[in-house]
Design a protein around this ligand. Structure first.
Ligand SMILES: *[C@@H]1O[C@H](CO)[C@@H](O)[C@H](O)[C@H]1NC(C)=O
Ligand SMILES: *[C@@H]1O[C@H](CO)[C@@H](O)[C@H](O)[C@H]1NC(C)=O
Length: 242
């Protein structure tokens, strides 16, 4: 039921993510209509999504999701991120994992050549530039893995629980949240105009369509790979090993 125009035009890279849309295995899993990033307009959660997401949270506090979303987008950009796919676009992305197998690789300059460089959690660059590169356009984090960012990096929150959204609000305002299930940073240095929040429905989509419901929920690294496949034209993985 896909609209042909979604992938017919594709991109201007040598190979395009959308080029895989003629592959049955890929098409069965890949749903280009799923929103990757949250904004006010797409924030409503279907009943089953809300239930699944709330089910991930050990103690479900009585928090009004609509009000949290409201606060989020009174602080952070409320945009339709990355809705700019076009035949003329070639957005190349590198997803850099935290496996030690990059050490000694000399991949640093190759990684930095990508338009977008995703890094995860506390994955360091300082002191390892030759092997991992120095550019970080997007850092994926959640309260328990937070680090300070420089002002050229997008903070991308993966909200595994509603508390994570509240924490993000707190770090840029009252700084009163210092604890989730463990001690967390109460503030984070980051440009608030570059903050993005993954859509909870995207986590469920990755779990159902790509993990076929194995385990409880997908790992940060795995979600990031899918996130990249949804917003980039070409994706390369570094330091992911099996
Ligand atoms: C959540 O808050 C919104 C806006 O303040 C309100 O309209 C809605 O009824 C509340 N939902 C619940 C379940 O309390
Ligand atoms: C970003 O950080 C750099 C280095 O710390 C600084 O020189 C620059 O002025 C900052 N830019 C903005 C817009 O804050």
């Amino acid at each position: 039921s896909f609209d042909d125009s979604i992938f017919e035009a594709s991109c201007s890279c040598k190979t395009c993510v959308m080029g895989f849309m003629d592959d049955d295995w890929f098409v069965y899993r890949y749903d280009p209509t799923i929103p990757a990033l949250l904004n006010r307009k797409n924030s409503a959660l279907r009943r089953d999504t809300h239930k699944w997401w709330r089910g991930l949270q050990s103690s479900t506090p009585r928090v009004n999701y609509t009000e949290v979303v409201d606060q989020l987008f009174s602080l952070f950009p409320d945009k339709e991120h990355y809705s700019d796919a076009s035949p003329d676009r070639c957005r190349t992305c590198a997803v850099v994992g935290n496996s030690a197998n990059l050490v000694g690789s000399h991949y640093g300059s190759l990684i930095d050549l990508h338009d977008v460089v995703f890094r995860l959690n506390k994955g360091p660059t300082k002191g390892y530039e030759k092997d991992v590169g120095s550019k970080t356009t997007h850092r994926i984090l959640y309260p328990e893995s937070a680090v300070d960012l420089d002002n050229s990096t997008h903070l991308v929150l993966f909200p595994f629980k509603i508390r994570d959204m509240q924490w993000l609000i707190s770090t840029f305002t009252t700084r009163h949240i210092t604890h989730t299930y463990t001690r967390v940073k109460s503030s984070v240095n980051a440009d608030e105009n570059k903050v993005m929040i993954l859509h909870p429905a995207f986590i469920k989509y990755v779990y159902e369509k790509w993990l076929l419901k194995h385990g409880r929920y997908p790992s940060t690294g795995f979600i990031t790979i899918l996130f990249a496949l949804h917003i980039c034209d070409q994706v390369k993985l570094f330091a992911f090993s099996v």
